[in-house]
Design a protein. Structure first.
Length: 234
């Protein structure tokens, strides 16, 4: 079984004057999150979709699903948590409650505000998670990356051909996530923000899946403008 977990717990504080979280802003006459969900529902790799949202927006998300999604039997909404990993844990619990999962179940976690994910990326995530246990979606860095440990001066310039920008999905077998999550201390959980970092910290190799520049995260007003242009062009 393959579960898509859409992480939508943010409130969009960097989007400016918006009165709703950014995942609910519209592009092409539909909320961003609906565009994202639809990509997973049409993927032949995905069995079910669970959306993790802030508690204050749970009912709103429920209403959006009823309005825009015909196949509601394959989708569920659950309240998220204060952290990304906490929200993923709640998504998994909801999936288990709804459809039952086991240690071999693949969980494909994705940002709600990355609506331009391709079916190719989803497929390669599922296959990589099945083969390697855990994978991350990345693109090669095109700009030189500089590091500053004091936020004032350059302290290191890593080799660009070794640098990648992280995207989502991040995908893994449930059994591995359960093992790694249970081994983390409260302090580690407060610092380590996602499943791939947890696996890396526990010395589990994380396979890389090639992402796409179009699979960008809608974070700032400029990103929203670009997303609307892309939808209009399609």
């Amino acid at each position: 079984m393959v579960i898509a977990g859409i992480v939508a717990g943010g409130v969009g504080s960097r989007m400016g004057n918006s009165t709703v979280p950014k995942q609910f802003l519209e592009i092409g006459r539909k909320p961003i999150i609906i565009h994202t969900i639809e990509k997973f529902l049409v993927s032949p790799e995905i069995d079910y979709v669970v959306v993790g949202v802030h508690a204050d927006w749970h009912d709103y998300m429920d209403d959006l699903v009823k309005k825009h999604i015909e196949d509601t039997g394959r989708i569920a909404v659950t309240e998220g948590d204060n952290s990304r990993n906490g929200t993923i844990k709640k998504i998994i619990e909801k999936a288990d409650d709804m459809w039952g999962i086991d240690d071999e179940t693949i969980i494909v976690t994705h940002d709600a505000v990355r609506p331009f994910i391709s079916l190719r990326i989803i497929e390669e995530n599922v296959k990589a998670a099945e083969k390697y246990g855990v994978c991350d979606t990345v693109i090669a860095a095109t700009d030189t990356i500089v590091q500053s440990s004091n936020q004032k001066y350059i302290t290191e310039i890593p080799m660009r051909n070794e640098m990648y920008q992280g995207q989502t999905p991040q995908s893994f077998k449930y059994g591995l996530f359960k093992e790694v999550y249970s081994s983390m201390t409260e302090e580690e959980l407060s610092i380590v923000t996602d499943a791939c970092k947890m696996c890396f910290l526990r010395n589990h190799p994380v396979y890389l899946v090639e992402g796409s520049v179009s699979n960008f995260k809608i974070t700032y007003p400029f990103d929203l403008k670009m997303a609307r242009i892309m939808v209009e062009e399609k």
